[in-house]
Design a protein around this ligand. Structure first.
Ligand code: RFL
Ligand code: PHB
Length: 390
């Protein structure tokens, strides 16, 4: 089999790249380890920056997002039982974010890919990457018991944090930077109306909490939990009690509870690999970097990586000029580190660290008080939250 670009992974990064390349007339094959249903069942991000929405439009898949996505102009930060509104639109000259689940982003991209006839191999086993240091890379995999080989011109490693692409790079060629946080997020999805029409990020002595949503009838809530906790220890009732305990009394009273549709614990991590290019292999999205979800940046960063990478590949195939492609790693990393900083900062602002101590407690409180009393501090938060320019 031959193609121009072999894409590993059919998460948002791989699907978005595949669609943009296809529309530019560049052949590509996506190899995905899991089934389509499995990929669609992963509940992850919910907040999209305007830049991401624009990418969906460019990929020709923005219609449902515009029809069903919820436009948010602000969110609340709650501490000491008081909610403080961050006026995102007012602080950024009118910029907004859109609440639309990653599952829906993935569904729209998969539907467009199927309609276009571009190939995706689901349940591709033992994917391996070869010769990407030369001009004719190869990707091998097994499918339905048979071995296959794809000859290609470029490989896009869009296979997430645990994927094979980053692991295929010789150790001496890559440098990684990592911070693992000493807690996780327990998330619950339920068909109940959201407690507030905007998101609420909560700093509480019992730990962080977040009230989010997927629609006007579907809520997504999170509470900070120790890494040692297991989801089995969290029957729905315990989750709702814990969430209520971290909200201000008025909001707690308004909370509508119901059975969970999904419940899972995600660890929090900051991670960056440098560089993001190795000959004809490019890493994009979670394959190259992870942020803790506090700033809602993971999916959005995948979008900016794909913007830079697709621009580079399209320019290369149209003109033979590789300057955009050569700039990919440095450009993407610049924006990645800015989002890493913001996500790290939001995580420190809002979570309870086990080893925190009295001094760090006071500093955190001072940071919160400064934030809610200073327009300059709020402007800084807002311009990062709505997304820095690509
Ligand atoms: P994905 O979505 O992980 O997709 C990678 C795909 O590659 C496949 N794969 C392989 N395929 C073939 N061969 C292999 N060897 C393979 N290994 C893996 C996988 O099955 C998968 O389908 O990466 P992508 O496309 O870069 O997209 C990134 C986003 O998914 C990610 O940044 C966000 O979801 C991060 N994230 C969140 N971001 C936010 O902005 N807000 C959130 O609330 C939020 N919550 C989350 C999250 C990530 C989570 N993870 C990774 C556990 C919650 C969770 C639980
Ligand atoms: C979500 O809705 O899943 C969500 C929203 C905002 C975040 C993280 C997750 O910062």
């Amino acid at each position: 089999m031959r193609t121009q670009v072999a894409i590993i992974g059919s998460g948002p990064s791989g699907l978005l790249l595949g669609q943009l390349l296809h529309r530019a007339g560049i052949d590509n094959i996506i190899l995905e380890r899991r089934t389509k249903e499995y990929v669609l069942s992963r509940i992850r991000a919910g907040v999209l920056e305007e830049g991401f929405v624009e990418m969906m439009d460019r990929a020709g898949v923005g219609a449902r997002l515009h029809a069903e996505g919820l436009i948010h102009e602000g969110f609340d930060i709650c501490f000491d039982n008081v909610r403080h509104r961050m006026d995102l639109a007012g602080l950024t000259g009118g910029k907004k974010v859109v609440v639309y689940g990653q599952t829906e982003v993935t569904r729209d991209l998969m539907a467009a890919r199927e309609a276009s006839g571009a190939p995706t191999v689901y349940e591709a086993e033992d994917v391996s990457l070869h010769h990407f240091d030369g001009t004719s890379p190869k990707v091998r995999y097994r499918h339905a018991g048979r071995e296959h080989e794809i000859e290609c011109e470029f490989i896009a490693g869009c296979d997430g944090f645990h994927g094979v692409s980053r692991q295929s790079v010789p150790e001496g060629a890559i440098r990684t930077f990592e911070r693992v946080y000493p807690f996780g997020w327990l998330g619950l999805l339920s068909d109940t109306p959201p407690v507030s029409h905007e998101l609420i990020y909560v700093n509480h002595p019992r730990g962080f909490a977040l009230c989010s949503m997927r629609s006007k009838t579907r809520s997504r809530y999170y509470v900070q939990v120790p890494l040692t906790d297991d989801v089995q220890q969290w029957p729905d009732e315990r989750f709702w009690d814990e969430l209520r305990a971290r909200l201000d009394p008025k909001t707690a009273q308004q909370l509508v509870t119901g059975p969970s549709i999904e419940k899972s614990i995600a660890p929090l991590r900051s991670f960056v690999a440098e560089p993001l290019r190795f000959g004809r292999l490019f890493l994009a999205g979670d394959a190259g970097h992870i942020v803790p979800p506090t700033g809602a940046k993971g999916l959005n960063l995948a979008g900016s990586d794909i913007h830079y990478l697709s621009t580079g590949l399209i320019e290369f195939y149209r003109t033979g000029n590789s300057s955009e492609l050569d700039a990919y790693s440095a450009r993407a990393l610049r924006r990645i580190w800015l989002a890493e900083r913001f996500s790290w900062w939001m995580t420190h602002l809002l979570h309870r660290f086990p080893e925190q101590g009295a001094f760090a407690d006071r500093i955190q409180r001072a940071e919160l008080e400064y934030l809610v009393s200073s327009k300059a501090a709020q402007t800084s938060l807002a311009e990062n939250y709505v997304g820095l320019p690509f």
